[in-house]
Design a protein around this ligand. Structure first.
Ligand code: AMP
Ligand code: MG
Length: 411
């Protein structure tokens, strides 16, 4: 096995290229609410025009806009149309000198080409006084202007979020086709680890990575399968890795650094695994490993994620996510970078792209960010307080308070 240390951008590119070659899991029909978080395996098409009728967007009066040029304009109110009104009630025409009282979400009657907001009118019996003029089309969404019957409203590959749930509901789809959750085996390694149900000895710690990863996998539309913790022992590791290879994706944590008992790469190499990279110039997460295992013509991608809890989380988002997205049938997504103004100086050494736990705050016109004090990539508490990472590029040593800096939002 040769060592291949990639820059952050190279490693990310490699993962994206590999992801684009993957075949997603099979489609299945699921009820709409179970689809949330999964990728659509079908296009969602409009079953009718949207909106299906010219929709008033205001409470007010449907009028002929040309009759609101000279103000105030007195119009005779000839009818009232509520949202959901029966067709018989809406089958009227607004003639010269007339107005129809109308509610938000109601169909605009023939003859009218605009709606005057009720706030800009007065009312006296059958007479409405218009105090502000409207132009043609104002406060009306034309029938079919959002989508025509048969148009694709949401394309396959989109991950179902609340807005897409709304579209599916609006087109009458209590079930939709999504890709099955890819099975993701999670294997934590380390002699010091005990299960979270047990009391750790004085020099032991609880296995938190299997759980943080399971949460990340589930949120990304995968089905986590937590394997028993492996000791730092080649035979046991080999046995559990073989088990993990049966999944659609294998995630191993720990045992990928330079320590004497870091055996993961060695055991994977003995399986004739293909390694795409065996490290990336990032902090945290430098020892991250990405490759593919082959088994009777089947191939399973794997990641060896460094065991430090923050490294595990960061490398999942940076590198595992595109592969899991592709297996889950989701169209590729860029990393969610943004910009914010530093509240305090940031100093670091050059050479690595750093993703440092940070807190984004500030007002709508002034997003501000600052580092969270941490004890390094094992600091779970710092990670739990972060809502983003500050991204320090490899060539910069110093950023000053007040400068704009790139942040990576958590996904
Ligand atoms: P390793 O990558 O195996 O060298 O581990 C790096 C650090 O992460 C060590 O301090 C480990 O104790 C810790 N660590 C490794 N695996 C886990 C885990 N599953 N849960 C929590 N901490 C871990
Ligand atoms: Mg270890």
């Amino acid at each position: 096995m040769t060592n291949t240390i990639a820059s952050f951008l190279e490693a990310r590119q490699q993962v994206e290229d590999y992801a684009s070659s993957l075949t997603p899991t099979d489609p299945q029909m699921v009820s709409l609410l179970d689809a949330a978080g999964l990728a659509l395996a079908e296009d969602l098409g409009a079953d009718r025009d949207f909106p299906p009728f010219p929709r008033s967007t205001r409470d007010g009066f449907a009028v002929r806009s040309s009759e609101t040029k000279n103000l105030p304009a007195q119009l005779r109110v000839v009818a009232e149309i509520r949202a959901g009104a029966a067709t018989a009630e809406t089958d009227i025409r607004v003639n010269a000198g007339e107005a129809v009282e109308i509610m938000t979400g109601a169909p605009v009657p023939a003859g009218a080409d605009a709606v005057v907001m009720v706030e800009h009118t007065g009312r006296n019996g059958d007479t409405a006084t218009v105090q502000r003029s409207v132009s043609a089309g104002e406060n009306i969404v034309a029938a079919g202007s959002e989508a025509r019957a048969g148009d694709i409203m949401v394309a396959r590959g989109r991950r179902v979020n609340h807005a897409i749930v709304a579209v599916a509901a609006a087109i009458g789809r209590p079930e939709v086709a999504v890709h099955r959750r890819p099975r993701v085996a999670i294997l934590a390694t380390g002699d010091e680890l005990v299960d979270i149900n047990l009391r750790p000895g004085p020099n032991e710690i609880r296995n938190s990575n299997s759980y943080s990863l399971a949460a990340q996998v589930h949120a990304a539309g995968g089905e986590p399968l937590i394997l028993p913790v492996s000791r730092d022992q080649a035979d046991e590791l080999a046995l559990l890795l073989r088990k993990g290879m049966e999944a659609d994706l294998l995630l191993v944590t720990g045992g990928v650094s330079m320590g004497k008992y870091d055996l993961v790469e060695q055991v994977l190499a003995s399986f004739e695994a293909k390694f795409f990279f065996t490290g990336a110039l990032i902090q945290p997460g430098k020892p991250v490993v990405f490759g593919e295992l082959h088994n009777n013509g089947d191939s399973t991608p794997f990641f060896g994620l460094p065991g430090n809890p923050v490294s595990t989380m960061v490398t999942f988002q940076l590198f595992v996510r595109p592969v899991l997205d592709a297996l889950a049938g989701a169209a590729p997504q860029p990393l969610p970078f943004a910009q914010a103004v530093l509240k305090k100086d940031v100093t670091s050494k050059t050479g690595l792209t750093r993703f440092l736990p940070a807190k984004l705050s500030g007002a709508v016109d002034n997003p501000e960010v600052e580092l969270i004090r941490w004890q390094g990539s094992g600091d779970l508490m710092a990670a739990s307080q972060a809502n983003c990472y500050i991204v320090v590029p490899p060539e910069r040593e110093q950023f000053r308070a007040g400068e704009s800096i790139t942040i990576l939002m958590l996904t």
